[in-house]
Design a protein around this ligand. Sequence first.
Ligand SMILES: *Cc1c(COP(=O)(O)O)cnc(C)c1O
Length: 367
Amino acid sequence: MTFAPGKEAPAPARLTVDLDALADNWRLLATASGPAETAAAVKADAYGTGLAPAATALHRAGCRTFFVALPAEGLALRAALPEATIYVLGGYLGRAAGLYRRHRLQPVLGDMAEIDEWLADAGADAPAPAIHVDTGINRLGLPVGAARALSGDHERMAALAPALVMSHFACADDPGHPLNGRQVACFSEVRGWFPGVAASLANSAGIGFGAAARFDLTRPGISLYGGRARERDDHPVRPVITLTAEVLTVREVPAGESVGYGATATVSRPSRVAIVSLGYADGYPRRLASDGAEAAVRGRRFPLIGRVSMDLLAVDVTDGPDVRRGDRAELIGPAVPLAEVADRAGTIGYEILTSLGCRFERRYEGG
Ligand SMILES: *Cc1c(COP(=O)(O)O)cnc(C)c1O
């Protein structure tokens, strides 16, 4: 973060992160994970919610294993949680063995050349890696054949001493997709080649596939943060983030006049328009205004009008005569669910969360 509003420079927009809801969501997923250990994916600044506060709250709830994407994220997490198990999903990056050793970052290795780099560099006291096997997503991970060959290479296996063998679903958000069952079956076979090594397959949505998909460790991300893991969620989680911003002014717009850039929206009646201090530079998608997006003010929802600008957006509050300057408008939160915002923007909650900017005040509740 290069810029942070604070006490001396108050921000009219605010991101509230409910750490109790986050902890509750983890407990819910831990229960749904049955006897499997429940980890947490905290990459990308804990999906935009803030790595240190989110991870600390998850740790307090009982989470002991965390997944980040990059070594820099692992470093920041290590500073917050000296004892946690930290896996780096990106693998062994930059051949920075000293860094991985010093901070006990466990690389998720998914390429034979990468495995050999790790074995050449890591040394005897190296943190135990995970082996990532690709069971159908064709992204990171050893092809199944290579994993089988590795498992029979006793010298390499003894040197690697992996703590985890894992794979990742391609279509977990679509429970009816036939690839899910094929991946479960394939991974069941793969994990058998690595006796005594813990196995992990399920992300948030995968936890809903039943005991056969849970193995020893589950790795939820989006559900922890109040996002929707799939179309119809069996485990409705609590909302975690609330994004609000101040109404800077309410203006009267005569019938026939337009609002905002491009004059794209013309009002057909004398209207009251609330100008709210939040824009696309804050991660609120620019295309939303033209897709029926709404904001909640004083407990009621009103439609956005005109284009979202960089720092501002407009809300038609003609039907809310009591709305006035200084009110807070909720753009995402309990009254305007994250999944709804994502659907309207033609994207997924993951992208909305990880696009949130740094210009608002961040307030942490609970935890
Ligand atoms: C991000 C990620 C997860 C968490 O996925 P969600 O869909 O957010 O639950 C789990 N495993 C891997 C490998 C990931 O990259």
